[in-house]
Design a protein around this ligand. Structure first.
Ligand SMILES: Cc1cc2nc3c(=O)[nH]c(=O)nc-3n(C[C@H](O)[C@H](O)[C@H](O)COP(=O)(O)OP(=O)(O)OC[C@H]3O[C@@H](n4cnc5c(N)ncnc54)[C@H](O)[C@@H]3O)c2cc1C
Length: 375
């Protein structure tokens, strides 16, 4: 029986495991993850209003559903360990070594600028379920003092969280000012210009101040320190807290792969170790962005290729092209494109479509795969 080990049970790792469970029944599957539960992080912006537990699924439950063995452990991974594992065909675990025939590394991405210091928050805090406590704290403080909250990062993650929080503050009549600052001269550079214009109009309508070409330096007890990118002028503004979403980077390293998803380090092919998801940097022209859409397709592709190797067939290259991208802008609004980049979708219909995509992933975790036609 073939032993397949997946390190990292996010969107990519689970897509691999679920596909392997369906297509390669004669295999023993293992998942190694640092955490006990899978976090559906594309929903994190909702955790100011809802418990993070609503978006977590215990790996024990998924292991039972899809027939894999779960090991909770954070593995140390670097180029040398990957080469060593390829030679040994074993991974060191706390309770002994785990043999593998194929290994998939899908460890995701981490914040580019980690949130450090008092009153600075980022993805880690939302994953840890701090969103509702923060909202409670700001509600109390806003009752007795002028409260300003700063957001860093005009990408999809920061904006989704910003507009969700804005809607909650309004709904709960919490009198707090919001500001968005960003080093770029426009929001969401990966989306068409029309999306940026839509977002800027919405920022204006919602009374959120927008400071483009502005660099975040530090949040102190009551102020945020900023620097104008063009002039270099440094200044400070009142700020009770900073929410730092300045982008993500592949973690623990950017894992280069060939077009089949096999890891290739400094020209050396590791034929039995694949990578998928945010951490992987694929050769070729398939969608290589750090998105759940790409993570799921890469995860499915490497599962397909492992199935092919087991059956003595050839490997399939990764050629998935983006079908669209939608991001929410609060509970009833969204922006993005569908089919063609010039086909902008916006407003409530776009939000409904975005929610449908979340439901599609929920179905996938329930064992109903509607990501049809790929690979
Ligand atoms: C708020 C937010 C909204 C988003 N919205 C969208 C969206 O609308 N559409 C979209 O396409 N994308 C969206 N994204 C991006 C999307 O979430 C990521 O692209 C996706 O999660 C990547 O999946 P992954 O499997 O590569 O990594 P992850 O989902 O991050 O999973 C990585 C897993 O690896 C584990 N791990 C990491 N290191 C180790 C280690 N050393 N040892 C063991 N385990 C380890 C982690 O515990 C984790 O379970 C959003 C992201 C955020 C934060």
């Amino acid at each position: 029986m073939a032993e397949v080990v997946v390190v990292g049970g996010g969107y990519a790792g689970l897509a691999s495991l679920i596909s392997l469970a369906g297509k390669v029944p004669k295999s023993q599957l293992h998942l190694i993850d640092a955490n006990k539960e899978h976090c559906k992080i594309t929903n994190l912006h909702k955790t100011f209003a809802r418990p993070v537990a609503d978006f977590n699924v215990p790996y024990a439950r998924l292991a039972e559903r899809f027939g894999f063995i779960f090991h909770q452990q954070r593995l140390h991974i670097d180029s040398n360990s990957l080469k060593h594992w390829q030679q040994q065909k074993k991974i060191p675990l706390a309770d002994g070594e785990l043999d593998f025939d194929w290994l998939i590394v899908s460890t995701g991405a981490a914040s580019l600028i980690p949130p450090r210091g008092h009153h600075v928050y980022g993805l880690e805090h939302l994953i840890a379920g701090r969103g509702r406590a923060l909202l409670d704290e700001w509600r109390t403080r806003a009752a007795s003092e002028a409260l300003n909250i700063s957001f860093v990062g005009g990408g999809a993650t920061g904006l989704q969280i910003l507009f969700e929080l804005k809607a909650l503050l309004r709904q709960q009549k919490i009198d707090a000012g919001l500001r968005l600052l960003d080093m770029n001269n426009r929001t969401v550079p990966f989306l068409p210009e029309g999306a940026h214009r839509y977002i800027v109009r919405k920022l204006h309508r919602e009374g959120i101040s927008y400071l483009p070409e502005t660099e975040y330096q530090e949040q102190t007890d009551a102020c945020i320190m900023l620097k104008e990118c063009r002039s270099g002028r440094e200044y400070q503004l009142d700020s009770a807290a900073t929410l730092l979403f300045a982008g993500v980077k592949r973690q623990p390293l950017s894992v280069p792969t060939n077009t089949f998803g096999q890891i290739e380090i400094e020209g050396e092919l590791l034929p039995d170790i694949f990578s998928a998801g945010d951490c992987s940097d694929y050769a070729g022209n398939g969608l290589n962005l750090l998105t759940a859409q790409a993570a799921i397709r890469k995860g499915k592709l490497v599962a397909h290729n492992i199935g092919n190797l087991l059956a003595g067939r050839g490997l399939r290259p990764y050629r998935y092209q983006e079908k669209g991208y939608l991001m929410s802008l609060g509970p009833i609004d969204a922006i993005g494109w569908i089919g063609l980049r010039c086909n902008l979708a916006r407003g409530f219909p776009a939000n409904v479509l975005k929610e449908a995509m979340e439901s599609q992933y929920d179905l996938f975790l329930d064992g109903v795969d509607t990501y049809v036609g790929f690979p």
